[in-house]
Every structure is written in C-alpha cells, then in structure tokens.
Ligand binder design. Sequence first.
Ligand SMILES: [Zn+2]
Length: 251
Amino acid sequence: MTPPTLMTILAHPDDETFPMGGTLAKAVAEGKLIHLVTATRGERGIPGKSATETAVLREAELRRACAELGVQYLTFLDYVDGTLADIPDNVGAARLLALMRKSSPDVVVTFGPDGISGHPDHLAIHRWVTVAFDQYAQEVERPLRLYYIAPSEATWQGCGVPPPAEAVGGPVAFIDVGNYLVQKVRAAQQHQSQNPPFQGDPESKAQKMACHELFRLARPQVSVNGHEWETDLFAALSDVKRDKNYSRSIP
Ligand SMILES: [Zn+2]
C-alpha cells in the first residue's frame, strides 16, 4: 500500500520550516510521504547579493533543511521571488493541479488567506492551491483534506508575525510537535541566509519553542460548531482503504 502523502505548497525556501517544520518531521516519522513544492528560490531574499547567487545559495539551504526534516520530494516551480502576484491565478493553479495529479496527495497544506505575513507571493500561492485542490478533489474518488497554516505562537516565533486575537475559519488542527522541535531547529539553522530565529544549541533552543503548530481545515468545508479539534492531519483518512492498484509518479 502506498503511504499517505502530504503535499505542502509554499512560496520560498524557509516557508516549510519556520511555520510547520515540526509537523513535516512528525509526518515523516509516522511513515508519511512528503512532497514539498516551493514556487521560487527566494532570489530576492539576500540584500546585496545577485538573484542568481542567491538562488543557488537558498536552494542549497532548502535541500539541507529538507534532509533535516526527512522531506522526500522537492519540486521547484521555477518562478521568481516577488513575482507570483503577476502570474494569472489560472496559470499557477494549472501547474499545481498537474503536480497533484502526479503525486496524488491525501493531504494538502498551504498558506491561509492571511498568508502568515500577507506577503503577496504567499497570497498568490493560497489562491492557486485552493483552486487547484478543488479541481483535483472533483477528479479523485477518495477523501482528501486541505489545510491552511493557521497563525499561532509557532508562526509568531518562526515568522515574526503575532497571531491575531481572534482567528476565523474552519476547525483547527493542533499538531503536537514537541518531539520534533530539535529537528525543526536544525532545519531552521540551514537557512542561515535568512537569519533564522532559532540560533544556538538546538537542544536548548527547542525547549523554548511552541509545542504545537496549528492548521485550519479548509476542505472539506465543515462548520466549527460541534466539530472537535483535530490532532492529526491524517486522522480522518486513516480508515479509508486505499486502492492497491492505484499508482503514483512523484516528479
Ligand atoms: Zn515566504
């Protein structure tokens, strides 16, 4: 049987680690496949360095972070940092739909409508993924879940953006990443060009970090009322028998 797959679709190197690195490390430890899609190489992310030099450096940082977290598959969309809002949503969504058809994710994770920091690239990815997921969900005959990264203490620590006083949206998944914080720190420290917030000895840093990373269930759309908090992004899918003949070809 093919292991359940989590596809996370984000904009820049480091987006995978700072807000949700613990969740990725945990999913890997639990036998899941992770397919990370990163739209750009963060070319504009190092002041004073050329885009070409920066892209090489940040791709290498991302690959090292993926190794720390155990992420098995990485795809770049090869777009340029800071330009995603200029790309028509239907074009970006079509690229993502093609990737979803290839790697057949069970769970997809991306930015919420806040984009964590409101970065226009994050907001573009949020729109593309939502459109692509809705199309993909119509094509496959098994339950799927789409989650948005929710503002939390973890995103505050990782991304420097305080969570809003009152969050809105679907039910929240509280993922306990307490056992994976050292890995998260190690992954974050691979992104040295971004002055990662977790410098120093990983063991002691991890003790000061938020033990939960939060996500909001976006699809299926269910009312918050009467819906229990979730603690596992895959829980609702675990009873589903997967088709043994079903094949995938992750790029
Ligand atoms: Zn980003």
